[in-house]
Design a protein around this ligand. Structure first.
Ligand SMILES: [Cu+2]
Length: 287
């Protein structure tokens, strides 16, 4: 084979390789049931655009999440190596969520979520991933239950090194530990003594349990409702008792009396307000 033939072969090989890479990028994802994948390493698992989880009558909201993944997002969080551009998303129950994962690194990254209903999601998972720089988009529908879902990248050591986030559906079910910028690290490095004193760093590992969320007192708590019911039902009896005991009035007369007094106080406030208003008015005119 002469030099010209060899050069032609190399050029042909380069053209074919370029075409293959281009074709792989353009090629639509192959659909294997609920799993979409293409030759460039993009994958969507648990895609669900229209099937409602049990208890959901309709799609409550259409949410678009665009999330970056890569080394550069770890910079604000000491001790991490990988990260997402955001580490928490809040959505309504029964919302349809379309996630676009943009990978900035030359390695594989995932956006993986667990504990979804297994009748709609194989192994209870929704999972998208990209190998190398690029993006992939997938859609799923969250159930009706208030719950906090762990989102992470399952590639070895990526979760531990910072690729951890949470999706809060409704009021959620707590705050997960070790979410960068959201909760305390799951692994804390505590120095008991300074190195000059001969101390060594102590590693405290907290479990993966969900941290309890501080519940805000609800205005419609059971005790309050019970109290209101007792007050409404008991008021006529109490008024009758007070009326009979102190004023010789019937319950109705006493109610009228109290209403009259309240109206008098209300009218007093109105008069006071009008007086203040009149006092200010001439000053406004003079301006
Ligand atoms: Cu990763």
């Amino acid at each position: 084979m002469n030099k010209l033939s060899k050069l032609c072969m190399v050029m042909l090989w380069l053209v074919l390789a370029t075409f293959q890479v281009h074709a792989a990028k353009k090629m639509p994802m192959m659909n294997h049931g609920r799993m979409l994948m293409d030759m460039s390493g993009k994958m969507v698992m648990g895609q669900n655009t229209d099937q409602l989880p049990s208890g959901c009558r309709k799609i409550s909201d259409d949410v678009k999440i665009i999330v970056g993944a890569g080394h550069k997002y770890a910079r604000p969080y000491p001790g991490t190596m990988f990260g997402y551009s955001e580490h928490q998303w809040k959505v309504k129950p029964c919302a349809r969520i379309t996630v676009t994962l943009k990978n900035d690194d030359q390695i594989r990254h995932q956006w993986m979520l667990h504990d979804l209903p297994e009748d709609l999601y194989p192994k209870g998972m929704f999972h998208i991933e990209v190998t190398g720089p690029g993006e992939v988009t997938g859609t799923f529908i969250v159930p009706k239950v208030d719950k906090t879902y762990l989102v992470h990248c399952d590639i070895a050591q990526h979760t531990e090194k910072g690729m951890k986030a949470q999706l809060v559906v409704g009021k959620g079910s707590g705050v997960l530990p070790g979410i960068p910028g959201i909760s305390e690290p799951a692994v804390k490095y505590v120095q008991s003594q300074s190195p000059a004193e001969g101390g060594t760093p102590v590693v405290i590992v907290t479990g993966p349990e969900v941290m309890p969320q501080v519940e805000e007192p609800s205005l419609l708590s059971g005790m309050l409702v019970l109290g209101l019911v007792v007050a409404i039902l008991g008021t006529p009896f109490i008024l009758r008792w007070i009326g009979g005991r102190f004023f010789g009035m019937s319950g109705r007369e006493l109610s009228g009396y109290i209403f009259e007094r309240l109206m008098a106080v209300f009218c007093l406030f109105i008069r006071l307000f009008m007086a203040i208003w009149d006092w200010f008015r001439p000053q406004q005119r003079s301006l």
